[in-house]
Design a protein around this ligand. Sequence first.
Ligand SMILES: *Cc1c(COP(=O)(O)O)cnc(C)c1O
Length: 462
Amino acid sequence: MRYISTRGQAPALSFEEVVLTGMASDGGLYVPETIPPLGHDELAAMAGLSYAEIAFRVMQPYVNGEIDDDTFRGIVEEAYATFSHDAVVPLNQLDANHFLLELFHGPTLAFKDVALQLLGRILDHFLKKRGERAVIMGATSGDTGSAAIEGCRHCDNLDIFILHPHNRVSEVQRRQMTSVLADNVFNVAIEGNFDDAQAMVKASFADQGFLEGTRLVAVNSINWARIMAQVVYYVASAVALGAPHRAVSFCVPSANFGNVFAGYIAKRMGLPVEQFIIATNANDILHRTLCDNDFSKQELKATLAPSMDIVVSSNFERLLFEAYGRDGEAVRALLERFQHEPTALAEAPLATLRESFASHSVDDATILEVIREAHHRTQEILDPHTATGYRAAERARADATTPMITLATAHPAKFAEAVVKAGFPGVPLPPHMDDLLEREERYAVLPAELSAVQKFVAENRR
Ligand SMILES: *Cc1c(COP(=O)(O)O)cnc(C)c1O
């Protein structure tokens, strides 16, 4: 198994190289050269297996023997032992034929833990084998930073530096990052906004001289291993509801398109999926593209579902590559045009996308209405991201007889603002986190200056 770039110009890489590399040198994203099949019998044999065992079986072809089976099994088991529910990602039946897939039982209460608990351990394994150390740098406005920190805190060969905008993330989100006091974890509050922090991380990747040869690794959702880890819960939940003997549909609260792209890969492997519904908040580029063929950037809107506030969906490029028949040149031309002007997809690829994906966009007022309505009907309090999915699933589903699985991407306690606005007194943090607001914190405050940030990273890395 080799990995190739969506823009067709970068060299093909092994799994190990692709995990350590992130973005391709031609500006594209890596995808597997072939999609390994998951046959009817293999799927049927997964019924009743543990999540970790299903995860091992689904991911093994992508790892391609580059980690030996016993070691990889151990890594997978360790990663998912950090989840607080025995089922790791339990299904919760909401109403007739509509299920929530609860992806928020990991250490930071959002679905990004599923991928990052695994990615940190895989990176650490490869670095140890090579006798190397690496530095991770990332900017966060919330979920990704804390999930990356939790995924790396036990990794001997990694130092992680996460930049967040000073006083502009919620207290729960800040404390989830800054109360991790491990020696290899460095939180930096930047006196600026998220874009300032992001720009400094990008500039550091572009010119890594300040690290004097130490490898800089990205853990954002363009890293293939994150997609690979997310394929697993599509398979596990579908099998729990009767696949391969019966098809299911999924509704996915979406932003950078990493999550729903993983579902698409599961379907290409052989999982019987009738429909994918893409739910967006008011930042609706995916919905506009599918619905009106309006593939254009619009100004960022701050919504009640902040982890879905994006202008561009970075992983959409991977789906475009498939829709354009894996023509890297066509993808490159389209995305270069998109950088500068509103654009549109060609007819044939658009038609292909519309066969597999429906979409629906949900504004803030509707998010609040859905939280109230879902509680009234089911007694569940949904987080605002999951609420977009709940509404989209109801509005866009093609067939009520096929089980609908809506991905619950965060625990409601993490997004108390929306829950309180919807008229509820709030949701308590789960028991293992109920002292979060008393825990000791550690972070540096730095000006929004590249030289100051790079000096801090260079001096503190071990
Ligand atoms: C990151 C995130 C999303 C969006 O996922 P993508 O893979 O970027 O589409 C949705 N909900 C929550 C809670 C998130 O943290």
